[in-house]
Every structure is written in C-alpha cells, then in structure tokens.
Design a binder for this molecule. Structure first.
Ligand code: ADP
Ligand code: MG
Length: 319
C-alpha cells in the first residue's frame, strides 16, 4: 500500500494544554480520509502541521513521502489547502485571483490564464469570474477557494471543514467535486464535524477527540465496532404495533423502541437469525409489515459511543 500521508505521534502544545497528544494518521494514496471530531478536537492543528504551516512539538509526518519538517518546500509543491483559512483576495475578481496564484506557482502568463479559465469552467464560475469576490455568495466563495487550491494540480488536497455553514444543495455540489478529484487520482484529507459527510465521502475515517485518535476504520467497520445490528419493523396496520412490540421483546429479550411519528419499531439484535423467527411469528399472527430488516447502527450512534458526546451539529445553517 502506498500512503500519501503518514503521521506518527504528532504532538502540539499551547501553554500547558496539548492540542494534539500523539496523533497517528495513515492515508492511502488516491483515497479520501475523513477526520471526524467535535470542535476543538485538533482537526485544524493536524491539517496545519501536515500542510507545513505549523511545527509540531513532537512526532513526525510525511506527505507524498517527503518529511514535512525536513522538506517543507517539496511538500508544498504537492499539496492544496482549503477551508477555514481562505486564500483568495477579496478585492480581486475570481479570474484575477486564479491567474495571480498561477503566476506565484511559476506558470507563464498564458498557462496561468488557461488554467484559470479551465478551473472557472469546471466549478461553474465562468459567469461570475470577473466580479469582485466580495459580491460572491457563500457557495461561490467556497467553490473559488477550492479552485484556488487546485491551480497547482496538487496530488494531495487538504479540505478543512469545507462544507461548514453551506446549505445542503451547495454541500452536495462540493461532494460531487471532491468525488471527481478522487476519480482523477487525488488523495483527499477532509475534516468535518458532519457524520453524514464522512459517511458519504470518506473511504476511511479517523475519529479524534481531545487531540487523540479514538478510532480508525472504514465507515462500515466503525459502525460494526459498537456491536450488533438494529432490527426495524413497521407494521402495515398501526393497531398491530403492540402485538409486534411483544414479539420483538420475546425474541430479543430487549425492550423495543417505538417511534410514534413513523410507526417504526426498533430493537438491537445480536443474532441476524432473529429476522426469520420474526417473519414466522408475524405470518402466524396474520400481521403484515411495510418495512422489515436489519441495519447497522448510524455513525451518530457510533460517535456517541466513542466520544461520549452527541454530535450537536445536526442542523445546517444556510450560507
Ligand atoms: N493558536 C492557538 N493558541 C492556543 N490554543 C490553540 C491555538 N490553536 C488551537 N488551539 C487549541 O487547540 C485545540 C485544538 O484546536 P483545533 O485544531 O483548531 O480544533 P478543531 O479544528 O478540531 O476544532 C483547541 O482546544 C484550541 O483551542
Ligand atoms: Mg478546525
């Protein structure tokens, strides 16, 4: 396996407080790593160290095989960074910003102009290209930010909370762009507080909390880690709910949860064979169901089990 990013025992202290307390991270080339954690967990600190913007107090890290401390200039030629630290100049237009960046990256005038046009087209910003950035909407800004980070064709892209504060539509657009970049061979490290985003986009997830890695794996592995599955059933006739709840209780020895709004009954099920037993019982009782199955716990349930805190950011605010 080739790793685009490898970090071992990263430590960063501010006064006597450890922002990072020994973070290990391995990101396979060409994959999306989601770094998930609550506010203050150490996500941005990790990204800034890997992007050579901040020196760690301990540990080591390589990006594209190059040491971030010994060879930062080389690392910078490989990476793009976007997120909480916007890199664009407010007083310039979109196209001016991208050309400026191209020139800073040693492209010729012609190359810089061509690259700017190509990126504006790809991010559907062509119409807005000549307007000052200060007139851009939140979603347009975020797209331009991402375009700016791609001028140098980075192999490794750091996206620090790229969709925080975006409305669901713009967020979906951004996800599509990230998927496209990965299809083209880029490696992406994406930090997020949104579990759904990690679930949708990441090949692997590293959960960090208080500057430490508390779990790592594919979304499926993390969900399986907290054990068992959830059996869910919705009787066709609402009046059958009590009878079905009794059957579930008998079969699992646990008390099923009932959602009065959806009519859905759920119960943890350690044994997948329970489902055929339930089907036989329902059949005998002449009860039909609109929905019946097993599912893994949600990432929300995983996050709660791992960090002991509910992910409080479930609602998005419009940009
Ligand atoms: N420049 C700084 N000075 C002091 N403390 C900092 C500084 N930057 C980050 N921290 C602290 O380090 C911890 C991790 O911060 P950060 O990496 O920004 O978390 P996240 O991005 O996960 O929200 C937080 O407790 C934060 O307050
Ligand atoms: Mg942050």
């Amino acid at each position: 396996m080739t790793y685009a990013i490898q970090a071992e025992g990263l430590i960063k202290r501010y006064g006597d407080k450890a922002a990072l307390d020994g973070v290990d991270l391995e990101v396979p080339a060409g994959k999306v790593m989601g770094v998930l954690g609550p506010n203050g967990a150490g996500k941005t600190t990790t990204v800034r160290i890997l992007a050579t913007l901040l020196r760690p107090d301990g540990g080591r890290a390589t990006v594209g095989g190059h040491d971030v401390l010994k060879d930062p200039v080389r690392v910078r030629t490989l990476i793009g960074l976007t997120g909480q630290y916007a890199s664009v100049d407010e007083s310039l237009s979109g196209v001016e910003n991208l050309i400026l960046l191209g020139r800073l990256l040693n492209l010729s005038k012609r190359q810089a102009r061509a690259r700017a046009a190509e990126l504006l087209e790809r991010f559907e910003l062509t119409d807005a290209a000549t307007r000052p950035i200060s007139t851009f909407s939140g979603g347009m800004r975020r797209r331009l930010d991402l375009a700016a980070s791609l001028v140098g064709r980075p192999q490794v892209l750091f996206l620090d909370e790229p969709t925080t504060g975006l409305d669901p539509h713009t967020r979906n657009e951004l996800w599509e762009i990230v998927r496209g970049l990965v299809a083209d061979g880029s490696t992406v490290l994406l930090t997020t507080q949104y579990l759904e985003e990690a679930d949708q986009l990441a090949d692997r997830i590293t959960v960090i909390d208080h500057g430490r890695v508390v779990a790592e794996g594919t979304p499926g592995e993390l969900k399986r880690r907290i054990g068992g599955q959830i059996l869910h059933v919705r009787p066709t006739v609402t009046a059958d709910a009590d009878a079905v709840a009794r059957m579930l209780g008998d079969l699992t020895g646990a008390r099923p949860a009932a959602d009065p709004n959806t009519g859905l009954l759920t119960v943890p099920a350690a044994d997948p064979m329970l489902i055929s037993a339930l089907v036989r019982r329902l059949d005998l009782a002449g009860i039909t169901a609109d929905e019946l199955g097993l599912r893994l716990p949600s990432l929300d349930e995983v996050f709660l089990a791992l960090t002991g805190q509910k992910n409080d950011i479930t609602e998005r605010t419009a940009a």
